[in-house]
Write a protein that binds this ligand. Sequence first.
Ligand SMILES: [Zn+2]
Length: 76
Amino acid sequence: MYLQIADVQHLDGIHLDYIRFPDVILAKGLWKKYNLVMDKEYPQFDYCYCDKCVGDFKAKTGIDIKAVEEPSEVEE
Ligand SMILES: [Zn+2]
């Protein structure tokens, strides 16, 4: 898709908003905006837990992250 967009004549750049590294705890000013409570690290806000990512993580580390009680404490 990026290559298709890059072919657009006179296009100088592409700005990707909200593309970032995992952000376990967002800035407090955004909690109300997104109706979030981020008083500690919650797994759904650190890394992707889709089947592919969980499978790739297990293949690389041997750890089934969905079976771990506190995923945020797993250093890997
Ligand atoms: Zn994923």
